[in-house]
Write a protein that binds this ligand. Structure first.
Ligand code: FE
Length: 129
């Protein structure tokens, strides 16, 4: 996979302010405000920063947490990192291609994986199949 590398200035030009804050500065959008919280249509979710294919609607579920949630990710597309910020021990989910912050991974998801990828809507672009 060819990595996408841009300077902070270049990302600022490419992304809108909210996307920049989440993808490049690891901000979290407010719960229940994101565009894709309740999306149930069939399709794919791509990185809003670089277009990398990240998630499928087939693994999306309603976690009632206020963010789009998936029980699996496109394995080659995401990277997991230890995140000890804000006094919590969490696992950060990052786009492998552009390094953009997507959200966090938790162990309270449904079968078959038991995982919950809790992802910011603004970090995603949905395309219907
Ligand atoms: Fe990306």
């Amino acid at each position: 996979m060819d990595k996408v590398t841009k300077s902070e200035e270049e990302w600022k030009k490419k992304l809108n302010d909210q996307q920049f804050q989440v993808l490049r500065k690891k901000a979290t959008e407010l719960p229940f405000t994101g565009e894709y919280v309740n999306t149930t249509e069939d399709g794919k979710y791509y990185c809003a920063g670089c277009g990398n294919e990240l998630f499928s609607s087939e693994t999306k579920f309603d976690a009632h947490c206020g963010w789009p949630s998936f029980y699996a990710a496109n394995k080659e597309s995401v990277e997991l990192k230890e995140d000890n910020s804000h006094g919590m021990q969490r696992t950060e989910v990052v786009c492998k291609k552009c390094g953009g912050h997507l959200g966090h991974l938790f162990d309270d998801g449904p079968e078959p994986t038991g995982k919950r990828f809790c992802i910011n809507s603004v970090a995603l672009k949905f395309k219907k199949i």
